[in-house]
Write a protein that binds this ligand. Structure first.
Ligand code: BGC
Length: 434
């Protein structure tokens, strides 16, 4: 591929030097040579991300393959840790030290904040050439835009309000799909009676916060949730429905008979897969993980929206930002962004990742039942689309971490009342809004 690219580049250069077809052609050739085609000396790009589980690795490898087939080399820089807490810290340190990688998994609020600081390369020309504005969901464009400019290459949309359950266990025990909290409660009784843990739970703060935001949406409804997620919406956190959500959170934790561990999300997914646990509430990357282990949606596991959130999409959109660093790799960075958004890359990556393509022009028949519902909800006019607080779509890093800490203490320490936890949440969000 390298040979082809440099060959094309040489043709472009030759045309330019002989002035074969006048200045317009020459300009086009120059653009081709400097922007679209990686040079003979195309540099590998360092990519910092937190995709280290089996499905995450598979999805990243699919990106690597698509890029390699078009002459772009990905140099892997993975920092493990579900939810990216560790990766974001390492990345921030490197950026502050002037050692930014070329490309990084910078998403949501972090992306727009970093765009304000001039740390990321705007991608308007790539977006224009690739017709991103015509081909992508409006919510995706909005998430990657700042001041009307496109600031990152979008990869896929995850749905956070996902409840997964073990299909075999459900069939064996003849349980109804857990569509309402009453269904969950009824299923839990039967599961317990059959020595199955009703819900796989982990006390890692980011996992608790992930479950909590789905419950906030469930108990509060989309209008309240939208206020909770808005930066100035601290007063909404005083609403009585936040108390209801905190109570529901404790109730859910009690559905795991041994929730004392802070196991990684891949371990809770394993418990669901083995049938040791019946249900799991987690972003649909857990669906990707089950798939990577050979499980099939509709056969081995199923998914439904978290009760009282059907028809709503609590989203987290993964993006790769091209960082402005010491080394000028702009041509390669733009080329990479272009390839990431192409339909073939989108389909290959998202089928492994558990998320859905950011594009509206794909064939939903190629998606499994869980992904199809996610994609169709995004496409449905008027469907409530809500940004994930825990996965950085709405809150800044410090706020999401502080919320995670409060929830962690709340579920682990019974003497903390829901009212006390609520007051702490209000204080955090209020402080950040000022
Ligand atoms: C990311 C996903 C990732 C998950 C678990 C989320 O914040 O958006 O891509 O799979 O964390 O690590």
């Amino acid at each position: 591929m390298r040979t082809t690219s440099s060959g094309l580049q040489n043709i472009a250069k030759r045309r330019l030097s002989t002035g074969e077809r006048g200045p317009v052609r020459a300009l086009a050739a120059l653009i081709l040579a400097t922007v679209l085609i990686p040079s003979a000396h195309a540099q590998p790009l360092n990519v910092l991300h937190w995709w280290t589980s089996d499905s995450e690795r598979q999805a990243a490898d699919r990106l690597v393959q698509q890029l390699a087939s078009q002459g772009v080399e990905w140099h892997d820089d993975a920092i493990p840790g579900g939810g990216g807490g560790a990766a974001v810290k390492v990345l921030t340190g490197r950026v502050l030290a002037g050692e930014a990688p070329d490309v990084a998994q910078v998403i949501g609020r972090t992306l727009t904040d970093w765009a304000d600081l001039g740390l990321v390369l705007p991608l308007d020309e790539v977006a224009q050439r690739g017709r991103w504005r015509q081909a992508m969901f409006p919510v995706v464009l909005q998430t990657v835009s700042r001041g009307g400019r496109i600031m990152a290459a979008p990869l896929g949309v995850h749905r956070i309000n996902t409840l997964l359950y073990n299909h075999h266990v459900w069939e064996q025990l003849r349980l109804a799909p857990p569509r309402t909290w009453r269904d969950v409660e009824a299923a839990a009784k039967v599961l317990r009676a059959n020595h199955v843990t009703p819900l796989a739970w982990s006390d890692e703060p980011w996992q608790i916060a992930t479950v909590f935001e789905t419950v906030l949406l469930s108990e509060g409804g989309p209008a309240l949730y939208a206020q909770l997620a808005s930066t100035q919406g601290w007063a909404a956190w005083q609403d009585a429905r936040v108390i209801a959500a905190l109570k529901r959170l404790r109730w859910l934790r009690d559905l795991d008979d041994d929730p004392t561990t802070e196991e990684p999300w891949t371990s809770t997914a394993r418990r669901l897969q083995s049938g040791a646990a019946g249900m799991l509430i987690m972003g649909d990357w857990a669906r990707g993980e089950l798939q990577a282990w050979g499980e099939h949606a509709g056969l081995d596991f199923d998914c439904v929206p978290v009760p009282q959130t059907a028809g709503m999409h609590l989203y987290s959109i993964d993006t790769l930002a091209m960082l402005v660093g010491r080394n000028a790799h702009r041509a390669e960075q733009e080329h990479m962004a272009d390839i990431l958004a192409q339909p073939a890359t989108q389909m290959a990556y998202n089928q492994a990742k558990g998320s859905v393509p950011v594009r509206t022009d794909i064939d939903p028949a190629q998606l499994d039942t869980c992904a199809r519902d996610s994609w169709q909800t995004l496409a449905r006019p008027g469907a409530p689309l809500l940004p994930s607080i825990t996965h950085r779509m709405a809150a800044v890093e410090s706020v999401r971490e502080a919320i995670g800490d409060v929830l962690h203490r709340f579920v682990k320490t019974r003497s903390v009342t829901p009212q006390q936890a609520q007051a702490q949440l209000v204080a955090i969000v209020r402080g950040a809004a000022q």
